[in-house]
Design a protein around this ligand. Sequence first.
Ligand code: A3P
Length: 323
Amino acid sequence: MEPLSFPSEGKQASPTLKTLETCKKIISSMSLPEENGWNDFQPLCFYKGFWWHPYFIERSLFAQENFKVQPRDIFICSSPKTGTTWLKALTFATLTRTHFKNSPSPLLSKVSHDCMPFMEIDCIENPFIPANDFPLCATHVPFSSLPKSVIDSGCKIIYICRDPKDSFVSLWHHTNKLRPKNNEKICLEEAFELYCNGKSPYGPYWEHVLGYWKASLENPDKLLFLKYEDMMRDTAFYLKKLGEFIGHPFSLEEEKEAAVEEVMRLCSFKHLSNLEVNKTEKSVFFRKGEVGDWISLLTLEMGERLDNIMEEKLSGSGLTFKS
Ligand code: A3P
């Protein structure tokens, strides 16, 4: 691949189309294995141990080549449907709580996804993201596909995962919601079979989780590993932990003034999902926000099957999704 030249830090870069084109060519020349089950319009492709939409493979390759971070940057990483929207809101609100003390938080008028760049997409326009006021950036790529600059720099990573039974159900609903209105719903049993075989966006799910889990064990100061269920159970505890991790701890004074509770309230499912911006037809990020909702869709046998798969795949790692 041709080497790229970069403008000085902080300036907007405009890489040539040819560069992304080069990434596209590399990927399309690879004849990657495909899986059509999740979406009739775009198959998932198997690349570097994971199932991706080709659009994101090209862009993650571009990011690996071009992305530059600074030590102050904070990355929010996740598999889809594991609580990303919530974690983004909590991190943004924690980081900006002083800045927006006397003015409305952007979270009141924007989806949390629009409060920070998404690496695989926004990197094309600007490889120096996050170059905004608040050094946050998000990605779904597996740990092994993060750009070298993210791994090697002093930047922080926060990862969220979720019981795969709930994550699968959330993904199934989400995928159906995005399908054109007159299309039939994706067959639940078929999707479940694919998921159990590791074939889901950014799957196998357990590999995605394990990559970040192992990295968090090796370097806990760099990577904060969170579970949706834990955060739902004791949001205040994990929020304080998050604040400390990103270098913005809640002071005793703030705790007395209920600043932790204020961030929790601002980012709660009830509050965010009732905002005009999040109530539109287009909003696909809020559904129920509950732990254990899988039982409304899956049989006990299906739940047990997924539990057993996770137990086997995670065995010896020290990580478990058993409650
Ligand atoms: P459900 O479909 O189970 O309701 P992601 O943000 O990674 O796409 O994950 C979406 C899931 O997180 C959805 O789960 C959604 O309802 C839930 N969610 C979104 N915002 C939330 C919030 N503020 N608090 C708790 N859960 C939230």
